[in-house]
Design a protein. Structure first.
Length: 191
């Protein structure tokens, strides 16, 4: 997740949504999550792999926003490394509001994610046009999805995060057999 200063105004709201993701993941006892965030001048952090939502929430509560540039490329490299260590990594879920890296670099990394069968599920807070362009491109190239949200769509985002967990644990088939609008929306967004 993006923990740069641009997200500070909505950080409490975003943290609640991350809690929802952790709770949804806990419904499947076989699923583990790793909390990754970037902020400041080159700071990137990744937790241990955890399946206990309370441990993840405790770690998230220690994160605050610090000014700096986005580090999505660092996150993608880290994710591909983690995926190469275990074939259990099924997707990357990212929540952010900006993309400041070179589109060429992000394009290349998204293609590498596709080759490693690691779809990017990119949830965009706000309507930044450059971020939309980058997130759509990365989603398309990785075989993932790009979805936008704002303060008014909290319930929708919670449902989409649950659908993301369903996809991560059961693939497209789980979404195809799903009954919620969010299952169908995510399935339609998957490239």
């Amino acid at each position: 997740m993006d923990a740069t200063a641009s997200r500070q105004p909505t950080w409490d709201y975003a943290s609640k949504l991350h809690h929802t993701l952790f709770d949804a993941a806990a419904e499947d006892k076989s699923l583990s999550l790793q909390l990754c965030f970037f902020r400041g001048l080159g700071e990137f952090s990744a937790s241990a792999w955890l399946s206990d939502p309370e441990s993840l929430k405790a770690q998230l509560s220690q994160v605050n926003c610090v000014g700096g540039a986005t580090q999505i490329a660092t996150l993608l490299r880290h994710s591909m490394y983690e995926g190469s260590q275990s074939n259990a990594l099924k997707a990357v879920v990212f929540i952010g509001d900006a993309a400041e890296e070179s589109l060429d670099e992000l394009r290349g990394l998204a293609i590498q994610c596709r080759l490693k069968e690691l779809p990017l599920l990119l949830f965009q807070e706000g309507r930044d046009e450059r971020a939309s362009e980058a997130f759509k491109l990365m989603a398309t190239l990785s075989g993932g999805a790009h979805l936008q949200f704002d303060d008014a769509s909290g319930g929708k985002l919670r449902d989409l995060l649950r659908a993301a967990v369903k996809f991560t644990t059961g693939g497209r088939k789980a979404l195809q057999t799903g009954t919620t609008d969010s299952d169908k929306l995510l399935l339609n967004q998957l490239k």
